[in-house]
Design a protein around this ligand. Structure first.
Ligand code: NAD
Ligand code: MG
Length: 299
């Protein structure tokens, strides 16, 4: 049966393309529009139910992949959305702008390199200047570059991966918290790599374990302020990250085949999780990690 909304009853093993994927390569960070098959970010299927009416959401990595799926869903649930992404991703970002505006909401674009502290403070300042406050801060941006041998893993890459995945999370949350009221929500993006680290992700996997710990520590710190902090931990998802160096070329056709559901996840399949953690229906949930791994076991 054709999927018409995120709630259409369907078999998860056949709901989306199964490996092998066609071989493909892009320079990092890659563009969703140049992938084949195209990832599903919920463009044609996500239906909102007013769960974030008139909220203000900031989404990093919002141009493509999981961040785009969250941004589309937030807009269709009624939120205005501030979109953070790298300047080289403007084409992907403009597609998201059109989708947010088609949902009748405001889209504010703030391109910038979040591995630099100043870009994080500028993102928060722009969000507050344009939309007045931040109700939802969803941190999805991340860097992943597979390297087989520690001898070939440069200090520069190690540093850049940590700055993008961990330092930026510290910088953006530190800047945003003063602008968040009780009831607000922060959502981070971990990975199954936090628990089952791949040998070729020696820099990336530990950043995801750090994000889990940071999320729990921040949740404890912000609980008295009424701000909840939760993580989403995806398994293998079909996004530009993976075909622009996140996986080595030889692993891309079979990407996702190792999961019990035997395929890669699609960003659209995570949208509702980012919505759930953003809105009051999850008001007793903080310091948690929500896993969506196609069945790969997580703690
Ligand atoms: P993606 O390539 O679509 O998204 C990653 C985004 O990160 C990019 O679009 C880019 O805008 C942003 N980014 C990277 N470096 C940046 C920088 N220096 N400054 C600002 N923005 C920067 O891929 P995705 O898979 O949707 O990745 C989103 C998140 O999901 C990442 O944190 C990734 O680690 C995590 N994740 C992905 C998978 C997967 O299999 N795809 C699995 C587990 C976790
Ligand atoms: Mg992108």
């Amino acid at each position: 049966m054709t999927q018409t909304t995120q709630n259409t009853f369907r078999d998860p093993t056949t709901a989306y393309p199964q490996p092998e994927q066609p071989q493909q390569d892009q320079a990092a960070p890659g563009l969703a529009r140049e992938m084949g098959p195209k990832p599903d970010h919920g463009e044609d299927t996500y239906v909102g139910y007013g769960r974030l009416t008139d909220r203000v959401a900031v989404v990093t990595g919002a141009d493509s992949g999981i961040g785009r799926a969250a941004a589309i869903a937030y807009a269709r649930e009624g939120a205005d959305v501030v979109l953070s992404y790298l300047p080289s991703e403007e084409e992907d970002a403009q597609e998201v702008v059109r989708l947010v505006e088609a949902a009748g909401r405001r889209a504010v674009t703030v391109p910038g390199d979040l591995s630099q502290e100043a870009a994080n403070t500028e993102l928060v300042e722009r969000a507050v200047a344009e939309l007045g406050r931040i109700d939802v801060l969803t941190v999805v941006a991340g860097k992943q570059t597979a390297v087989d041998d520690i001898a070939d893993l440069t200090t520069e890459q190690f540093d850049e991966t940590f700055r993008t995945n961990v330092h930026a999370l510290f910088w953006v949350t530190k800047a945003a918290v003063p602008h968040m009221e009780p009831g607000s929500s922060i959502i981070t993006t971990s990975s199954v790599q936090a628990y089952q680290p791949s040998p070729n992700l020696l820099d990336y996997a530990p950043t995801k374990a750090a994000i889990n710990a940071y999320t729990k520590a921040l949740a404890g710190q912000l609980a008295p302020k009424g701000i909840r902090v939760n993580a989403v931990a995806p398994g293998p998802f079909w996004t530009p990250l993976q075909v622009s160096g996140g996986q080595p070329p030889e692993a891309r056709p079979e990407f996702g085949a190792q999961t019990p559901l035997a395929r890669a996840g699609q960003p659209a399949e995570l949208a509702a999780a980012y919505v759930h953690l953003a809105c009051p229906e999850s008001s007793y949930t903080t310091g948690s990690t929500y896993s969506s791994t196609g069945g790969m076991p997580t703690p």
